[in-house]
Design a protein around this ligand. Structure first.
Ligand SMILES: [Mg+2]
Length: 101
């Protein structure tokens, strides 16, 4: 299973909790990513905290882009389970031309 956890207001709310859960997931052979809407220049804190557990190379900042599409296109990764305090940030942003009038 591929898991992706958000950083701000998700991981940061209780890092010890998530370290325990994500560590168990890794031990059981699951893959764990951290996917934040932060810009790349803001990812240092992410890689210095959760990145120590899961690896800095699997911490991604989408720069505000929808997370699911970003991971598919940039990381060639299709996440199975998202853990996020703002689930709307995972899904595609509707095409403005197709939105309600
Ligand atoms: Mg968040």
């Amino acid at each position: 299973m591929i898991l992706a956890i958000d950083f701000d207001e998700t991981y940061t709310r209780d890092p010890e909790l998530w370290d325990g859960l994500l560590g168990a997931a890794l031990t059981r052979g699951h893959r764990v990513f951290c996917v934040s809407a932060r810009h790349e220049r803001q990812m240092g804190e992410v890689r210095a905290t959760i990145g120590r557990l899961i690896g800095p190379e699997v911490c991604f900042g989408t720069g505000g882009a929808p997370k699911r599409r970003f991971m598919a296109e940039v990381a060639d990764t299709h996440v199975d389970v998202w853990i996020d305090d703002a689930p709307e940030s995972v899904v595609e942003i509707p095409d403005p031309g197709q939105g309600p009038a």
